[in-house]
Structures are given as C-alpha cells and as structure tokens.
Design a protein around this ligand. Sequence first.
Ligand code: UTP
Length: 293
Amino acid sequence: MPVTRAVIPAAGLSTRLYPMTKSQPKEMLPLGRKPAIHVVVEELIEAGIADICIITGRQQRAIEDHFDLGDDPNSNAANGDLFPPALREGRVHIYYVRQPEPKGLGNALLQAEGFVGGEPFVVALGDAVITGAGGEGGLVSRMEDVIDNTGCDAVLGVRHVPKSQISQYGIVKPFGSVEGKPHFMVEDVIEKPPPEEAPSDIAIAGRYIMRPIVFDYLKHVAPGPGGELQLTEALRRLVHDREAIWAAKMKPGERRFDVGNFLQYSRAFIQFSIDDPEVGLSVREYIEGLMHN
Ligand code: UTP
C-alpha cells in the first residue's frame, strides 16, 4: 500500500545557528530562493505524499505563514504560484502540530501519533534537504519499496559520510557487507559515535519510513542529554528486540544538504545559488573571481 503521510519535525531551537535563528526556525533559512523546508515539502510531494504534518514550536509561525496559499497583498505574484500544483489544487494538505517543549526529535514525533493513524509514515527532517531524490525511483519511493517488500518495522535513508563527519550523525551497523547492495538489513544504530568507535561510515540521511510501533518504543526510552528524547535510541531498542530495520542507500546524483550549523548552511546556500537557473552562472563567476584575488 502506498505511504501517503509524512511528518516534518521542525520544532528544534536551532541554537547552533544563533543569532540567525533567534526568532525564526532554521527550516526557514533560504537555500538560494527557497526556504529549506519548502524544498523538503517539494521532495515529499514528488514522492507521492498527500498529507504532511509539520511539527512546529516556539517562534515558528513563519513556517505556517510561508505555506499559506492566499494571494500576498505585498506582492504582484499570487502566493499559490510559488508552490507545486498538487498543493495549490488541494491534492496535498499541510497540517501543523505543536511541540509544547523542545524535548528532542523523539518527543517531536510523538506529537504526530494521532496524525499518523495506523499506517507506515515518512519522517523527513526539516533541516536536511536532499536534492535529485524526488519522484518515482527517488530515495523515499525506494524506501517505500523496501518496507513493502520486507514487511520490516522501519527503513532508514542512508549514505556514506567522510570520517570527519561521523560524529555528527546517527550511524548504522549493517548485517554483513553492504558492497553493491542498494538496501540492507541493519544490526544496530548508534547516535553520533566518535569515529574510532563507529561500526561503519554509513549515516542516517534524515529520511525514515516507520510503522507506528516506533511510538511504543519512543514512549519507553529514557531521555538523553539535555532531557531530549532521541529517535535513534528508540530505533536501537526496536532493532535489538525485533531485528526488523532496513536501510536504503542514497544513489549517486542524490545530494544531502544540512542546515544544522553555519559551515553546513553556508555550503548549502552557495550550492543552491550556483545551481540557480537565472543567476547561477554569475554567482559562480563571482566566486571564481574571489579565488583569484
Ligand atoms: P537538531 O537536534 O539538529 O535541532 O534536530 P536543534 O535541537 O534545533 O539544533 P541545535 O543543536 O539547537 O542547533 C534535528 C531535527 O529535529 C527537529 C529539528 O527542528 C530538526 O529538524 N527537532 C529537534 C524538533 O522538532 N524538536 C526538538 O525538540 C528537537
């Protein structure tokens, strides 16, 4: 059965990006011409998602304002024209659920339990943008095939990362070799391990498909550092108990951008600007000019 619901957690405090994010969420920071979360919503729509629940928190009304479809009195453009037709024409709906306190990604997801109902659902982190992955055959669609074909509890979108980045992500331990395999079974997941203790260089890429059993585990994990409820800890317990988590690898041409800290954000902004169909070439020339000065 196709997965039609997705949750975008976007209620973090974004403290690593202060002061840029003191009064707006990092998910609203622009990548080229669009806020990061706009690009995430486009990816989900291309993957066939019809109902999207965005988890928001304090200081985050900008997200709700952004996806309003009515015409903007301050602009000549009709707001609706800025969005994919499926959203404009009401075939895709966006809902908002509030996370009362920023108690971690796991706690944010618990707020969406009612929205999800009994079916498998996508989780797309609002600060993780993946390009080249939309549509049929894109990362989320391939993950959907894996959950359908294996009947597993969850599928993680993953990619290889350089050793220097291992400690920034949830890292996956596969069962056996993953060489040449587009998807594989997961033996363990470890949140932000030091590189020398990491079981692999395979990192979770901010895309998940999960069955609602994950909520049962989220309700029983103890809060981690800072009182935050970690999704990775719940997945870890789930995989230890049931050995039913798989991972699907990102393909060449699919690229992940992070809006988590300033260096990652700067890289992402520059890349999107260079890729802009109208001004991209000029931006590239400008950057090349800087290199030679
Ligand atoms: P992060 O841990 O990267 O976000 O969460 P953060 O807590 O905002 O970051 P810093 O450390 O303060 O800079 C990953 C994703 O989970 C969401 C974030 O919005 C982001 O999309 N999140 C995190 C929530 O929705 N609620 C939370 O309580 C925490």
